[in-house]
Design a protein around this ligand. Structure first.
Ligand code: GDP
Length: 296
């Protein structure tokens, strides 16, 4: 995961570790390399700038420079600031504290991994002794309805019987009624995607959001698309007010830009990461664990 970034930071840290005495210039040189490594990993330019400034301010203090192992201290500051950048230290767990059935809406572009993530999320909730109902509402891609039904069968989790001829808003209303009558705790809505953001889709999603009052609106972002994923997340957040992000395909050779900037740009945390196509390949996101993996 994020191999190129890891290798580059490893080189910077190797040099730092050996430094028994440090000056402001040494810190500056090291941070220039960290900055380049982050930019090459496709991290948003402004996010990198703010990040480096924060680290620099903390690292050039006399307490650090005059400490016994200043290089080590600078490494620790980079580590801690990376964790903070990704929302570490905050409670980013799924918020289901409402009268059941609690609605979760998954949104995002086509191919990002929405339908797969719906299945994974349902499995995760079932393991927590919840009773989830999967609701396919992507009527423009009829295969998506069938795909969710197949996932439901594999997981032994009920999938609402939507038809591609129905309006998404009608599906949602009926599903909500059905879930209430049948004692479901959570409703997971798989919404339609597009290849890019368009007004029509946003209006439809706004309508569904207003009808359902979902507790969570999770934007599903494909980590492989880097900063593009961050820009699209921002677009969805502006229109819908997302509550968090599911970052998929972290098992691939993504550079890391999306993971590192999405919280800073949108203000919304990554809540889950997708680590493969299989239904158990979903992890609750922990910023500190990811940073430890990047920094080795
Ligand atoms: P949707 O159009 O957003 O509903 O996307 P899908 O759920 O159909 O996923 C698109 C493709 O991405 C499928 O081939 C999935 O198996 C794959 N996929 C989804 N999540 C992950 C993931 O975390 N890792 C990998 N490697 N593939 C994923």
């Amino acid at each position: 995961m994020f191999a190129a970034l890891s290798d580059k930071l490893d080189l910077v840290f190797k040099k730092l570790r050996g430094q028994g005495v440090m000056t402001e210039d040494n810190v500056k040189d090291a941070l220039r390399e960290v900055r380049l490594a982050l930019l090459e990993a496709d991290v948003n330019f402004k996010v990198v700038k703010d990040f480096i400034e924060k680290v620099r301010t903390r690292a050039v203090g006399t307490e650090v420079l005059q400490s016994l192992a200043p290089g080590q201290q600078v490494i620790k500051i980079v580590h801690d600031e990376l964790v903070l950048l990704m929302g570490g230290g905050e409670d980013n767990s799924l918020d289901l504290a409402a009268k059941p059935p609690v609605a979760i809406m998954l949104v995002g572009l086509q191919g990002a991994g929405k339908t797969t993530s719906c299945g994974k999320l349902a499995k995760y909730l079932k393991a927590q002794r919840k009773k989830p109902l999967l609701v396919p509402a992507d009527v423009y891609r009829p295969a998506a309805i069938e795909q969710l039904k197949v996932l439901g069968r594999q997981l032994d989790i009920e999938v609402f019987d939507s038809l591609a001829t129905q309006k998404p808003l009608d599906i949602c209303r009926e599903a909500l009624r059905y879930a209430t009558l049948n004692g479901f705790d959570v409703i997971i809505y798989d919404t339609a995607g597009r290849h890019q953001i368009d007004d029509y889709l946003m209006e439809e999603l706004e309508g569904i959001r207003d009808e359902l009052a979902p507790r969570e609106i999770l934007f599903v972002a494909d980590a492989m698309t880097g900063q593009e994923a961050v820009n699209v997340a921002q677009g969805f957040n502006d229109r819908l007010g997302i509550t968090g992000v599911v970052l998929t395909k972290l098992d691939g050779d993504a550079k890391g830009g999306a993971a590192l900037s999405i919280k800073a740009v949108t203000g919304k945390p990554v809540k889950f990461v997708g680590l493969g196509e299989k239904l158990d390949a979903l992890d609750v996101f922990h910023a500190d664990r990811l940073v430890s993996r990047i920094l080795g």
